[in-house]
Every structure is written in C-alpha cells, then in structure tokens.
Design a protein around this ligand. Structure first.
Ligand code: KG4
Ligand code: ZN
Length: 325
C-alpha cells in the first residue's frame, strides 16, 4: 500500500512516501536559510515558502520514488498543531490531491506522528510512554496501541527545542541553536556551572523551561560567554536531569512495556545516552534514526498507514486546520 505523507506544520516542507512499512522516499526542504537571519521562525515567510515549494517537492518525490501518481492509495497530512498559514498550505494541497485521485485522506496530529515513526519495521509492545521533545512541543503520551495517544503532560511555557534555540541565541550561536549547543557542550565541563533544575518539588508530568532560560540570561549578563563550552555543557546537563526526572515519574505512574522518543531534540546524543540510562531493562526503548527525528513527511505517512490498518474511517476531504494556540 502506497501512502503519501505531507508535512508543513512549521518550517520544513516535506513529502514522504512509504510502501506499507518500507520507506520509499523522504524529501525535506528546510527553511533554515530563510529564518536564520531572524533568529527564529517567521510565520508569514514560512507559509509563503511552503506554497512556493510544495508542488515541485511533490513532483520530485514521485520522480525519485518511481511511482506514478495513480499508484497512491492513501494520503496523510499534518493538520495540527502548528502555524496556521503553514498548516493550511499542506492541508489544501493534500485535499486537492485526495479529490483528484479519489483516495482517502487522514488528518494527522504532528506530535503523534513524531512518535509513530518508531512503528516502522518494529513491533512495539504496548502500552508505551511516548515523549516528544521538539522545537515547538514537549509532551508526554500514554500510548495504548498503534492509534490511541493520550496526552499526560506538556510544557507550561517554552518547549525543549525552543529553549535550546533561545539559549543558542543568547550565546550568539546560529539558528537553530540545538545542534550547536550539543557540539559546544562536547568540549565543556557539565559540572562547572550549577544552573537550577526546574520544578524540583513537583511530581507532575508537565515541564517548564523558562526559568532555566532566564538563569542562563542572568549568568551571561553577569559573567559573559567566554566559557561557552562550559555553559552549553552545564545547560545540557540540567535539561537531561530534568527530562530524566520526569521520565522516572512517568514510568512509576504508568506500567508500560515500551518507551518511545521523538522530535528534533531526540537527535541529541548526550540526551539519548542520559535517557537510556534511566529506562529499566524490562522496558524497550525506541528512538527514531537521526533524520526521522526532525519534521518529515514519512512520520505522517506512517501514522496514516496505521490509522487505515486499524480500521479508522478516513477524514472528510474538507480543509480543516487546528493551529497551536
Ligand atoms: O521536531 P522538530 O524538527 O520541529 C518541531 O516540531 O518543532 O525539532 C526542531 C528542534 C529545534 O529546536 C532544534 O534546535 C532541535 O530540534 N534540535 C536539537 C538538536 N538537533 C535539533 N536540539 C538539541 N540537540 C540537537 N542535536
Ligand atoms: Zn516536529
């Protein structure tokens, strides 16, 4: 079964095509060049760029995958959460495609898709806990089966990746800051600066990163950023301490067989190492390969495929987007 996944929720235009659980193609056009000048994603420019790129990208995906447009059996498209204008481009394109081909369409939740990409080629033992750490979100899910995701925790302010990016900006690093912080941290001493671990007295599954970000602002104001390697390493350590503490709480509260990670920040090898250390041996851990951690079309097609296989009725071909509030 050939499934096309379309992703335009933020600043990546992406088309993925799978044949059942086999990836045929995953084309991602980042807009890093456009937004890096501003140090963050500019919504208006993001949607405009999606609009300019999506046609060519889709044709390129067909060409590379060597499938004909008529071979498509199913369409998945991210319709929430995300930037309104950006979502609209992908959803409008997908609805047009569905109408033209008379093929079913599924509207996909971007966060579920980040976790669902772990379903590729692997049998997951449910129930599972899923954690999405991305540029726009930091959310825990209780996952009962391939199609049932219940949100059990979220960030109350900044998202994890957003915090990496903002700290990167404070330190004068290029956008997005996440990968640059990881690189700089490799040369630093993670115990050199004691930044506060957020929410130490709370046992909720929610997150808060704004206090940590402010602590870095104050530190840099007072001491400057000469020891950038130590700042990055110490910041990254606190993020890992915080996330691992929350994972411990989640795994105590919910008896599960698997732990699924997803989202752009999952690419961070230090965080991966720290997270693996707190997952007990009896819980299987799933982390997407690096290029599938970031926003991509394949993750959307995987979610659509599993909805179809589990007899969920397709959505009506009516343009509907649910942006981030
Ligand atoms: O999942 P994603 O592509 O977009 C959203 O859904 O938001 O994640 C992008 C985020 C950015 O904030 C970026 O800085 C972060 O992922 N990121 C990283 C790393 N690579 C990407 N954060 C920390 N360490 C990394 N190596
Ligand atoms: Zn994402």
């Amino acid at each position: 079964m050939i499934v096309v996944g379309i992703e335009t929720s933020c600043d990546e235009t992406s088309i993925g095509i799978i044949d059942d659980k086999r990836i045929i193609v995953n084309i991602v056009a980042t807009q890093e060049d456009i937004h890096s000048v501003y140090g963050g994603v500019v919504p208006e420019l993001a949607s405009r760029s999606h609009l300019q790129r999506i046609d060519n990208l889709f044709n390129l995906a067909l060409k590379r995958s060597k499938i004909k447009i008529e071979d498509i059996d199913l369409i998945g498209v991210t319709n929430q959460p995300g930037l309104k204008g950006s979502l609209l481009v992908g959803v409008s394109f997908a609805c047009g495609l569905s109408y033209r081909l008379k093929k079913p369409i599924y509207f996909i939740n971007h966060l579920n898709a980040h976790l669902a990409v772990n379903f590729l080629n692997k049998e997951i033992e449910f129930p599972a806990i899923g954690l999405v750490i991305s540029g726009g979100h930091t959310s825990f899910f209780y996952i009962e089966n391939y199609i049932s995701f219940k949100k059990i925790g979220r960030t109350l302010d900044d998202a994890c990746g957003e915090t990496f990016d903002k700290v990167g900006r404070i330190l004068g690093l290029p956008f997005p800051g996440g990968p640059y912080i990881e690189k700089n941290a490799e040369k630093g001493d993670e115990n050199s600066i004691k930044f506060p671990i957020p929410m130490l007295s709370s046992d909720s599954l929610d997150f808060s990163f704004s206090g940590l970000k402010t602590a870095i602002v104050y530190y840099v104001r007072k001491y400057g950023k000469k020891n950038i390697h130590d700042i990055c390493a110490s910041f990254q350590k606190v993020v890992a301490d915080f996330i691992c503490r929350k994972i411990n709480i989640a795994l105590k509260r919910y008896k599960v067989n698997s732990f699924l990670l997803g989202g752009g920040v999952s690419r961070n090898m230090y965080l991966q190492k720290r997270i693996k250390q707190v997952i007990p041996d009896n819980i299987k851990i799933f982390i997407p390969e690096k290029n599938l951690c970031l926003d991509n079309g394949v993750m959307v097609s995987v979610m659509a495929y599993f909805l179809f296989k589990n007899n969920i009725l397709p959505d009506k071909n009516i343009i509907k987007v649910i942006p981030t509030k």
